[in-house]
Ligand binder design. Structure first.
Ligand code: ADP
Ligand code: MG
Length: 706
């Protein structure tokens, strides 16, 4: 937006297009735009991903594997190989009288010609152990003149994320040109002065210049580790921007009206009819939900609860509040198996109370589907349970008051909103009325991350298991001991218990896994002739899957050979033994989910993690964690430590954008401050908040208009 200065309209610096830079033609501009870079500000915020230290030379003798370094030496030998693919190996030596091999897989003849024995070469890269000592694959290098002094770099070299079609040198030049037009401190800064002083953080201008052009005396180690005050400053602002963006969306959401669901008699009747008493945690979380539902604004609540903590019944109680108010409630689950299980539970609980529960999944077709749609549209169906099918076109609710999404990490954010949108209506005054939203997940994420990822939601935790559960005993066994397990299954089933055998493979094509399940099924059926063995995998027809699951649930089969389709939600309390093959290949969250299928009854349960040796360091730690704890929150912390937040959350799950500088693992300690500052800005200077969001999050505002 142009502003007026002395009567002349000038574009604000940060919004000037990149094409205003010297040497940027339409072709380059297009390539940058493809990566979302269109303004000078976008280039300022295009931050180095790493640094290379070319300010010193490392003697070859002192090189360490895995540690990037710059070396200089003379070519001692050159060898070209063609055995599997063309290779060029150049051995260089230096005064430390050690040799380093430079290895190339792609090279031109001119390059080969450069490497004459005796020629001086300077290169940079990360050495790794090779056949003959250390080697660097595809180092960046240059030939040096005979004897002439070649200057060393005077500061760290920033390395920018690669942009297709623009070489690293050009990119650095462009960013440099953009930086030359960085405005003065005052006009660039958005964070209030007293705030910055309070945290002893540099100005934005100073921070940007430091990270793009590290001064000679910069703390190199801190920069490389991403912990330099300049980086912290940028991370803080970036986290703040994301936080503000989520909070603003929440504020926008809550500005809508929602039906007031105050009556609790029906929920009370359901509670009395349940064969168990609620745990303290269930009670507390339901109280929170109950209070939310009684407000004239939409609830936005995430319930985190470890596997088996009893989330379903809490959801059912909430639904009763909607039903009693004459509204509908919908419960959506990510798999048909799970949705059908919910259907079974809810019908068992609700039909005696006279509540009509309808079922809508992909396999409901033709006349049956038409009938369900009609019931949903007329309001005859008070509670609707189903899969993704609930969100499809053609599904119209008469009056959806509460949208519940189970195992929300399996859905995208957009899907969650799509279900909610089924209930958006008007109040006749032109205001939108939106349903309340309850999302549930059994994959707890660490608290700090939850704050960042779900800043638009209120978070409740069911952090207590129903009484009488005995913790699952977990052991890790090498795959060679598989035969012993057959006996173990035999014994468990002889006592009237049931068991799961879970097949997983590296190859995650359904077909290959289905085959593995099939042969395991045949093998186990042969070895355990006295048992009734079932099988379920992703390649089976939905009806077959359900029939198998039902048989297992009813105790008509003893042993269920399964793939990870049974992972989420499935509840068979009589199952007390689970064997997971190739457990070393699964992540912690998935292992924990799978293991959650046992230990749901009062019998002592066990989980055997079969692994193929040798174990990687990571896999070993994962299996150890599983042996040590049953607590999903502890496992989540460990998962964060092992994998880092990027992978843990994934952008799909939370809609969290990729950060430019911030790293939720490394910078998690900033989050409480981010929250504080965020609340203050929203209260005191919403306009500033808006500008911070625009700077960092810009057009990528998550689920815009939600
Ligand atoms: P999750 O939180 O993993 O979705 P479920 O809702 O499937 O857990 O509940 C697991 C099992 O525990 C179900 O069989 C459910 O009926 C039972 N359950 C739930 N709450 C209680 C309770 N307070 N006391 C005893 N059993 C309960
Ligand atoms: Mg569940």
């Amino acid at each position: 937006m142009p502003t007026r200065k002395g009567g002349i309209a000038v574009a604000l610096h940060h919004q000037q297009p990149i094409s205003s830079l010297r040497g940027v033609g339409p072709r380059v501009a297009e390539k940058l735009a493809a990566r979302g870079l269109t303004t000078l500000q976008d280039l300022w915020l295009q931050l180095p991903r790493q640094y290379e230290d070319r300010t010193a030379l490392t003697p070859i003798l002192l090189l360490q594997p895995g540690v990037a370094a710059q070396v200089e030496g003379r070519v001692e030998a050159v060898e070209r190989g063609f055995r599997y693919r063309p290779t060029l190996r150049v051995a260089i030596g230096d005064d430390s009288r050690a040799t380093l091999v430079l290895r190339f897989f792609h090279f031109r003849a001119a390059q080969v010609a450069q490497f004459q024995p005796g020629a001086r070469v300077r290169c940079y890269g990360t050495p790794r152990p090779g056949q003959n000592g250390l080697e660097i694959v595809h180092p960046s290098y240059r030939m040096l003149d005979e004897e002439a002094d070649a200057e060393l770099g005077s500061s760290l070299d920033p390395v920018y994320p690669a942009i297709e079609g623009i070489g690293p040198v050009s990119l650095r030049r462009l960013i440099g040109l953009a930086l030359d037009r960085l405005p003065d401190e005052e006009s660039l800064e958005l964070l209030p002065r007293e705030l910055r002083d309070g945290f002893k953080l540099p100005s934005l201008r100073e921070a940007l210049l430091t990270v793009h052009r590290p001064p000679q005396d910069a703390d190199v180690a801190a920069l490389i580790a991403g912990r330099h005050p300049a980086q912290r400053r940028l991370a803080l602002e970036e986290l703040l921007a994301h936080h503000l963006s989520l909070r603003r969306q929440r504020i926008a959401q809550q500005a809508h009206a929602a039906p007031v669901l105050r009556k609790t008699a029906l929920a009370g009747r359901l509670r009395k009819a349940l064969p168990f008493a609620l745990t303290g945690a269930q009670q507390r979380v339901f109280d929170e939900i109950r209070a939310d539902l009684a407000k004239p604004h939409p609830m936005l609540r995430l319930v985190q609860g470890d596997v088996g903590s009893g989330k379903t019944v809490v959801a059912a109680l909430a639904a009763m509040q909607a039903v009693e108010a004459g509204k509908q409630a919908a419960l959506m689950a990510p798999t048909e198996l799970l949705a059908e299980q919910h259907l079974g539970n809810l019908r068992g609980w609700l039909e005696p109370l006279g509540v009509r529960v309808a079922w809508l999944a992909g396999k409901v077709t033709g006349r049956a589907r038409a009938k369900v749609l009609e019931e949903v549209a007329s309001g005859e169906a008070q509670m609707v349970v189903g899969t993704h099918a609930l969100m499809q076109e053609g599904v119209a609710f008469r009056d959806l008051g509460l949208a519940i999404v189970d195992e929300q990490h399996r859905f995208g954010v957009h899907q969650r909103l799509a279900l909610r949108d089924k209930g958006v209506g008007g109040n006749g005054n032109g205001d939108a009325i939106v349903p309340h939203q309850l999302v549930m997940t059994a994959t707890p994420i660490p608290r700090t991350l939850a704050m960042a990822a779900y800043a638009d939601l209120d978070v409740s935790a069911i952090d207590e298991l129903p009484p009488g559960r005995t913790p699952v005993q977990t052991v890790a066994l090498s795959a060679e001991r598989r035969p012993e397990l057959v006996e173990r299954i035999r014994r468990a089933c002889a006592e009237g218990r049931q068991a799961y055998w879970v097949c997983t493979l590296i190859d995650d094509s359904d077909e290959v896994i289905a085959q593995a399940a099939q042969s395991t099924f045949e093998d186990l059926s042969k070895r355990l002739p006295e048992l009734r063995v079932g099988m379920v995998h992703g390649r089976m027809k939905a009806a077959e899957k359900q029939a198998t699951m039902r048989a297992f649930k009813e105790g008509a089969t003893d042993l269920l050979v399964a793939t990870t389709v049974i992972e989420v939600g499935v509840d068979v309390p009589n199952a007390s033994l689970m064997i997971i093959e190739n457990a070393e290949r699964l992540g912690l969250a998935q292992l924990h989910q799978l293991r959650g299928r046992v230990g749901r009854g009062s019998a002592a349960s066990s989980c055997v993690l079969l692994y193929q040796s040798p174990l990687s360091q990571m896999a070993r730690q994962r299996l150890e964690t599983m042996r040590e704890t049953n607590d999903g929150f502890v496992i989540a912390e460990k998962d964060l430590e092992l994998r880092g937040p990027g992978e843990l959350l994934g952008t799909r799950q939370t809609g969290l954008a990729q950060f430019r500088v911030a790293d939720l693992g490394r910078d998690a300690d900033l989050l409480p401050q981010v929250q504080d500052i965020g609340e203050r800005l929203l209260r005191e200077s919403p306009e500033l908040a808006q500008r911070i969001v625009a700077r960092w999050v810009g057009g990528a505002v998550r689920f815009a208009g939600a």
